[in-house]
Design a protein around this ligand. Structure first.
Ligand SMILES: Nc1nc2c(c(=O)[nH]1)N[C@H]1C(S)=C(S)[C@@H](COP(=O)(O)O)O[C@H]1N2
Ligand SMILES: [Mo]
Length: 236
């Protein structure tokens, strides 16, 4: 991978980012194919998800030495909610065969992944951040997702609301982060659990996530900022 701190290769990385964006759009199309294939498959759904993901291009990541802790500004539309990690549960429901209430120990027992990525806010700032936690795909797989699931609705403790296309939610670099820059996630940044992914703009990265609902179609509410006119897909 080229050095992202060198301006020339940064431009190359941007090319990769744009390439990644268009492959994600294709991913969105492939999703319909996925639903059809799953319908006739005898293979377990998790393997089908893996097969879909294997073909996906990963977006560029940075080195740990490149994180910019001071550049990540706290951006919370509704203040900071009170969170009690001991009684925290992540609800995973919707069109799944096993609706779940996951505690933090269960999330910590899943394979942990670190992604050092650039967080980009539409308000004109960006920061390289190291996020780690389980992959969102692994968490959804625990609940037994139905092939009818096409979107994910994400609820947060501060009433923030988001919806994602399932292909982006299942992307191998989309995490449910519990750690930031090598330390437990600070409350202001969404503790105990937030979304983190290099493939979407900052406002798609819900903090204080309390609920994941697999849904078959989008409803009237697309998201806290989307409903005020911001772009829904918001891919990078
Ligand atoms: N629950 C919740 N999630 C949220 C927000 C919010 O206000 N509430 N703001 C979003 C926006 S616009 C950005 S840029 C990032 C900011 O993350 P940070 O505060 O950790 O820098 O969180 C996103 N996720
Ligand atoms: Mo943002």
């Amino acid at each position: 991978m080229a050095d992202p701190s060198d301006p020339l290769s940064r431009r190359r990385s941007l090319g990769l980012l744009l390439g990644g964006g268009s492959s994600l759009l294709l991913g969105g199309c492939a999703l319909n194919g996925w639903s059809e294939t799953v319908g006739e498959a005898t293979q377990p759904l998790n393997e089908r998800i893996e097969a879909l993901l294997q073909g996906k291009r990963r977006l560029p990541e940075f080195r740990r030495s490149q994180v910019e802790p001071a550049a990540l500004l706290v951006n919370s539309f509704n203040g900071t909610p009170e969170m009690a990690p001991g009684s925290y549960r992540l609800a995973v429901n919707g069109v799944v065969s096993r609706p779940l209430q996951l505690d933090l120990a269960t999330l910590a027992a899943l394979p942990q992944q670190e992604c050092v990525i650039r967080h980009v806010c539409v308000e004109g700032w960006a920061a390289i951040v190291a996020w780690s936690g389980p992959r969102l795909a692994d968490v959804l797989a625990l609940a037994g997702p139905s092939p009818l699931g096409a979107y994910l609705a994400i609820r947060s403790a501060d009433q923030y609301f988001e919806t994602w296309d399932l292909a982006s939610a299942l992307h191998p670099q989309t995490l449910l982060a519990t750690h930031m820059n090598g330390a437990p996630l600070p409350l202001a940044n969404g503790a105990p659990v937030r979304l983190a992914s290099p493939i979407k703009l900052g406002y798609k990265q819900s903090k204080w996530v309390t609920g994941l609902e697999l849904i078959t179609g989008l409803g009237e509410r697309l998201g806290t900022w989307e409903d005020k006119g911001y772009e829904w897909f918001a891919g990078l």
